[in-house]
Design a protein around this ligand. Structure first.
Ligand code: SAH
Length: 196
């Protein structure tokens, strides 16, 4: 069986994350990626986890507490506010940013990521990423709103300068709906736009 896109995304992020790094979960949801990032950067690193929804922040908080993880700053704000929220010392030093779009499984399906703030947050994430850092985005074209969001994300990433960013796409499996897509963006080391 093919691994799930969430596992592939964690694998790709795990390849570049080491203890002491900064990392961002842009859509904390139930906290699975936040816990993964927290463990990967270890006590010397720090994770910033964003979600607009109280239920998601609470779920993530209790998952972290259960595992005794203390290196996460939970932020109940839109990921579009990423840059104004992060402390200045993190800029250009973030090793990984993870997005899992759509709505919270088992939660309020009316709260979902939206194209304009998603694109703004992706641009912000790319600006704070360090050289060699990785951005992962899982998009779900199978639901209303998710289809246009997935197309918009794909177009947006296709427009990035290829000397600065490498973009890959992995298609997942879905029983009923259009298959989810994982986008992996790597900020090229020693690129022309490398300012770190
Ligand atoms: N679709 C995925 C889970 C996505 S969870 C799956 O099936 O596994 C997406 C999370 O993004 C939700 O918890 C939701 O509250 C959050 N979210 C929605 N808009 C957001 C925004 N603008 N900023 C940060 N988080 C947001």
């Amino acid at each position: 069986m093919k691994p799930r896109l969430t596992e592939i995304a964690q694998q790709r992020v795990g390849d570049v994350l080491t203890p002491g790094h900064f990392a961002i979960d842009a859509t904390a949801g139930n906290g699975h990626d936040t816990v993964f990032l927290s463990r990967s950067v270890a006590a010397d690193g720090r994770v910033f986890a964003f979600d607009v929804q109280t239920a998601a922040i609470a779920a993530t908080q209790s998952r972290l507490a259960e595992s005794g993880l203390r290196n996460v700053t939970l932020v109940q704000k839109s990921h579009a506010e990423l840059e104004s929220t992060l402390p200045p010392e993190t800029v250009g030093r973030v090793a990984a940013v993870m997005f899992n779009l759509g709505y919270l499984p088992g939660g309020d399906h009316s709260v979902m990521t939206e194209t304009p703030s998603t694109l703004a947050a992706i641009d912000a994430a790319l600006r704070v990423l360090r050289s060699g850092g990785v951005l992962t985005i899982i998009a779900y074209p199978g639901h209303a709103g998710g289809d246009t969001e997935t197309t918009a994300v794909g177009r947006h990433l296709a427009g990035l300068a290829s000397d600065a960013y490498a973009v890959e796409q992995v298609t997942g499996q879905s029983g009923r709906n259009a298959s989810p897509i994982l986008f992996v963006v790597t900020r090229q080391p020693r690129s022309a736009s490398d300012d770190t």
